[in-house]
Design a protein. Structure first.
Length: 256
């Protein structure tokens, strides 16, 4: 199974669970992207690797038209279900690959991507495609989880995530994500860091690791209680283990 097959496998199984996860449905977190994009009623937006369309559907309440692209058909099917439930008309769902966007250059006022760069083996290519399809003066907004700057913690975090979700390629550090923007010729105009709280058993219930790996994942998290070895602020609350995913929103304007 190659990497693209792993993405299709994982996200076909995750389509409904992903669309209902509190971390994904958090409207206030999605508003961070809308604010960073300076979304206006006349704008046309694109969300790359849109999953079940949660970002697209929120943008649709602000912009004239919102487009979502994803490589997994089950995710697009789920997005259409949510669209029907909310009775939203000004959206479009497009199957396609993030590293070869099927749109002409200079097509969108806003291009976003949320919690997907860590699934991409070539995030640099995706960012350049996002820039290509944005209009001059349009805004590029990327949100993703980030690994700790400490290399040992970053390595441990990525090993944990690749085991938990085999479609993971690598979580970048915040410095690496900023460097992607700089290398692509973008000047970051705003950034916002926040944390996405979760609970270990709920996280594992929504995941599809290989058989036998769930207990290994529990052991890794328990070990991180001693020294925050994953960089996830692991802690106990009663009989539950809580963790936080550090996240970063970066926005930039495409040069005119």
């Amino acid at each position: 199974m190659d990497h693209r097959d792993r993405i299709h496998d994982q996200f076909t199984r995750q389509a409904v669970v992903f669309s209902e996860a509190p971390a994904m449905t958090d409207v206030e977190a999605i508003k961070l992207l809308i604010e960073a994009a300076h979304a206006q009623p006349a704008h046309r937006s694109l969300d790359v690797a849109c999953g079940p369309g949660l970002v697209v559907l929120e943008f649709a309440g602000v912009v004239s038209s919102a487009v979502g692209l994803d490589t997994t058909q089950a995710m697009l099917d789920r997005a259409r279900e949510l669209q029907r439930e909310r009775n939203i008309a000004n959206v479009e769902w497009v199957p396609g690959e993030a590293d070869a966007l099927p749109f002409p250059s200079d097509s969108f006022d806003i291009v976003t991507c949320r919690f997907a760069f860590h699934h991409m083996q070539q995030p640099r290519t995706t960012l350049r495609e996002m820039i290509r399809v944005a209009r001059p003066g349009g805004r590029i907004v990327v949100c993703d989880g980030v690994a700790a700057e400490d290399q040992a913690k970053a390595d441990a975090f990525n090993a944990f995530e690749c085991m938990r979700d085999p479609s993971t390629a690598r979580f970048l550090k915040a410095t690496e994500l900023r460097a992607l923007f700089a290398d692509a010729g973008l000047s970051i105009e705003a950034e916002r860091a926040y944390r996405v709280p979760t609970e270990l058993e709920g996280l594992l219930k929504a995941s599809f690791p290989a058989e036998g790996d769930a207990d290994r994942l529990r052991a890794i998290v328990r070990a991180s209680l001693e020294n925050d070895g994953l960089g996830m602020n692991t802690r106990r609350r009663g009989d539950r283990i809580l963790l936080d995913y550090p996240a970063l929103v970066l926005s930039a304007q495409k040069p005119r």
